[in-house]
Design a protein around this ligand. Structure first.
Ligand code: F0G
Length: 351
């Protein structure tokens, strides 16, 4: 009865936040779990897509931003800061606007998709571009929150992971149990850590009989969790995961080890091909970084990995409309033009 209330009100007693915190919410979460006939056919598994682009600002970040902003505002914050590759800043800016506090955004200069920049600006952020990468921005954001009266809402703020873990709850609530495998893109490594928190909590409560094997995928040019070493100059067209030294490194490794999972790298070519194939086969348009989990699954199948008979969840993290420049790059756009005549249009369409 009634509409979805947002992740705090839907799951409040399961979240480790002060229980009297009023929710700053845009009714995030409650996103679709879409069955992929395409990937199920390829794998012989039941493959489900957790479509996080359906959140209010178009990415999974909203789940953690409702909790982080709610607690920060409850504790008296008047300004909030984050470092971002784009989505975190878009989300923070929207929730800051809703709460009436000032958003300050630190982003790597020239490396933010246009849609995300538009969101940050329209929601009223002070956008500071930094001559450096995301890792430099995060170091600055931490220091700014230490030195100045501004609350840090990057995922090093534990309230972020509390909100983000609700995606795991939703998957189990829908499927009736945890999947056998969970695949997702990894950048700063907050999300994989949050999913693992959520799955572990649900298993502990007896709401799931198992926990999934976690498999995280990074871009080849920004794959510190794969190589075990920070990348001083991360580079990938999947700008959302262009990160060389993830903040949640230790938590993500724990998720890998406790679940019997692994990290692997996919090339930009594989990521962009997966983005296109997902759009064409399943009707789901995601931004490049969001296709890393799909690219990973396809690469594993090619390498002879089997998922036959299992249940697989793949998080697609953000909406395709965030970054249309990359989506359109290299495409030959349709140039069929006809007079305003239905038969001419039908003939051109091959009917
Ligand atoms: N996918 C998208 C679309 C993202 O924006 C991010 C991270 C990730 C995946 C990786 O998630 O960092 O939790 O491992 N974006 C952050 C940002 C860094 O600033 O928007 P993660």
């Amino acid at each position: 009865n009634g509409q979805w209330r947002g992740v705090i009100e839907e799951y409040r007693e399961l979240l480790d936040i002060p229980q009297d915190t009023p929710a700053v919410t845009l009714r995030e979460g409650g996103t679709p779990l879409v069955h992929s006939e395409w990937l199920s056919g390829l794998t012989g598994a039941q493959v489900w897509l957790k479509v996080e682009g359906n959140n209010p600002t178009g990415s999974f970040k909203d789940r953690g931003m409702t909790t982080a902003l709610s607690v920060a505002v409850h504790e008296g914050a008047k300004a909030v800061v984050c470092a971002s590759t784009g989505n975190t800043s878009a989300s923070m800016a929207a929730y800051a606007a809703k709460a009436g506090v000032t958003p300050i955004v630190l982003v790597p200069e020239g490396k933010i998709a246009a849609g995300k920049m538009a969101q940050a600006v329209l929601h009223g952020s002070q956008v500071i571009q930094v001559r450096g990468n995301f890792d430099d921005c995060l170091r600055m954001a931490r220091e700014m929150a230490w030195k100045y009266p501004v609350a840090l809402v990057n995922s090093v703020n534990p309230h972020r992971l509390e909100g983000q873990k609700t995606a795991a709850f939703e998957i189990v609530d829908f499927l009736g149990d945890a999947p056998d495998y969970h695949l997702l893109p990894v950048g700063n490594a907050g999300n994989i850590s949050a999913y693992w928190l959520g799955y572990t909590q649900y298993a502990g409560l007896g709401r799931a009989t198992k926990k999934p094997v976690m498999r995280g995928f990074q871009a080849e040019g920004a794959a510190p969790l794969v190589t075990g070493e920070p990348f001083p100059d991360p580079e990938t067209r999947a700008t959302a995961i262009r990160i060389g030294n993830p903040a949640s490194w230790k938590l993500a490794e724990a998720a890998r080890d406790e679940s019997g999972g692994r990290f692997a790298a996919v090339s930009d070519g594989q990521i962009l091909a997966a983005q296109k194939a997902l759009a064409a086969n399943d009707g789901v348009f995601v931004e490049p970084a969001s296709a890393a989990g799909i690219a990973g699954l396809l690469a594993e199948l090619e390498a002879g990995e089997s998922y036959t008979g299992t249940t697989v969840a793949i998080t697609v993290t953000g909406h395709g409309l965030k970054d249309i420049a990359t989506a359109l790059d290299g495409l030959v756009l349709p140039d069929v033009v006809v007079d305003a005549d239905v038969d001419a249009a039908a003939a051109a369409a091959g009917l």
